[in-house]
Design a protein around this ligand. Structure first.
Ligand SMILES: Cc1cc2nc3c(=O)[nH]c(=O)nc-3n(C[C@H](O)[C@H](O)[C@H](O)COP(=O)(O)OP(=O)(O)OC[C@H]3O[C@@H](n4cnc5c(N)ncnc54)[C@H](O)[C@@H]3O)c2cc1C
Length: 334
């Protein structure tokens, strides 16, 4: 039916496009609605110099990090133009003329560089990286998983919680303590537990404050650091960052192409003006200009069933959470 979609996603930023790609890949009739004349949101490339239209620059977001390899693989992004060059070595200069340089592939050179400031810290660095990897190995997959329904006593929910707890066992007693503290402590406190040199601590603290309105002493910044260390850009080096060929807009373009290859419809100049609800349930959206797009008029139960086989990662509107409940696989549309 025209104008009827299983999944209506508002916003064609890279997250909306990713959600659209996953829904379409799972067989849902999907549409992504973008208000602007192009998709990408803040992951965008533009040509801001009228005299030099050949000069393209990344508009807002400028560097790739934390692109889960699962998404690169499942959405076949490389086939659609995802082409990131990891940058490195990491370089941090200090006012006294010294600098720390960290090489992804040369442990000895990194050691020598850190040892200028502290031999002890140079010795500690591989242990820190190993610890980070251990925590990331357990927490990373959680990013792509529906959270367990804590507090529920239904068998399915208890099983799901037990599965999550079982995965956590890899952390060990010390690790569980570390992770719990990580969510609340500051990056200053965390790196001070491990290192002695202010130069080394300062270098490591950067990842704890990027993208936050917080200083390094702020509670929670330790997790920000971990979050930035969980993924890679597809090169297998944990916490690596990189530049996309063609700027950040090309990342969004690759996701858009992937979504379209799975059958998603992407519409630009399509600003959603109103979310339509009936009886407290989402039924569709109205665009500026009056056009309405709706969900199929199936009963909530059959909609649940039809969506339950289509659970996927990503964000969408309506928000769809996938998991297992006592009634079986759950896809909740609110
Ligand atoms: C200055 C800046 C620098 C950044 N640097 C980095 C970086 O280097 N690396 C990094 O990983 N992240 C960076 N980020 C963060 C990253 O860009 C965002 O987290 C990411 O782009 C969010 O993507 P999104 O798809 O969720 O939302 P957005 O990119 O915000 O996309 C939302 C889209 O929804 C559309 N929309 C809004 N309302 C409607 C409506 N009513 N109807 C239809 N469409 C609508 C908007 O036009 C937009 O295209 C940066 C962000 C900023 C602002």
């Amino acid at each position: 039916m025209a104008n009827t979609y299983d999944a209506i996603i508002i916003g064609g930023g890279h997250n909306g496009l990713t959600a659209g790609a996953y829904f379409a890949r799972a067989g849902a009739r999907t549409i992504v609605l973008e208000a602007r004349n192009k998709t990408g949101g803040a992951a965008d490339t533009s040509a801001p110099f009228p005299d030099h239209p050949e000069i393209n620059v990344t508009t807002y977001s400028y560097v790739m990090s934390l692109m889960p390899p699962t998404i690169i693989r499942e959405l076949e992004l490389k086939r659609h133009g995802y082409d990131v060059t990891p940058f490195g070595p990491y370089f941090q200069a200090y006012p006294d003329g010294r600098a720390i340089t960290i090489y992804a592939d040369d442990a000895q050179k990194s050691f020598d560089s850190i040892a200028q400031f502290s031999k002890k810290d140079a010795d500690t660095m591989p242990k820190w990286e190993e610890w980070l990897k251990g925590v990331a190995d357990v927490l990373g997959p959680l990013l792509l998983q529906a959270p367990p329904k804590l507090g529920s006593t239904s068998l399915g929910d208890l099983l799901e919680s037990a599965k999550t707890a079982w995965k956590m066992r890899k952390l060990g007693v010390r690790g569980v303590g570390d992770v719990t503290r990580l969510f609340t402590m500051s990056i200053t406190d965390l790196v001070s537990d491990w290192f002695e040199s202010d130069a080394v601590k300062g270098m490591l603290a950067v990842n704890g404050i990027i993208g936050t309105w917080a200083g390094p002493d702020e509670p929670g910044t330790a997790y920000v650091m971990l979050h930035h260390s969980i993924g890679d850009v597809g090169d297998g080096h944990l916490g690596s960052w990189g530049f996309q060929q063609g700027g950040m807009g090309a990342v969004s373009d690759s996701i858009r192409r992937s979504a379209e290859s799975f059958g998603a419809e992407i519409r630009t100049n399509a600003r959603v003006k109103k979310i339509l609800a009936s009886g407290g349930r989402f039924v569709g959206v109205a665009l500026e200009g009056g056009e309405e797009l709706r969900r199929p008029s199936a009963s909530p139960v059959s909609t649940r069933r039809s969506l339950s086989s289509r659970c996927s990662t990503g964000t969408s509107f309506p928000p769809i959470s996938c998991g297992t409940s006592s009634a079986g696989r759950r896809a909740r549309v609110s």
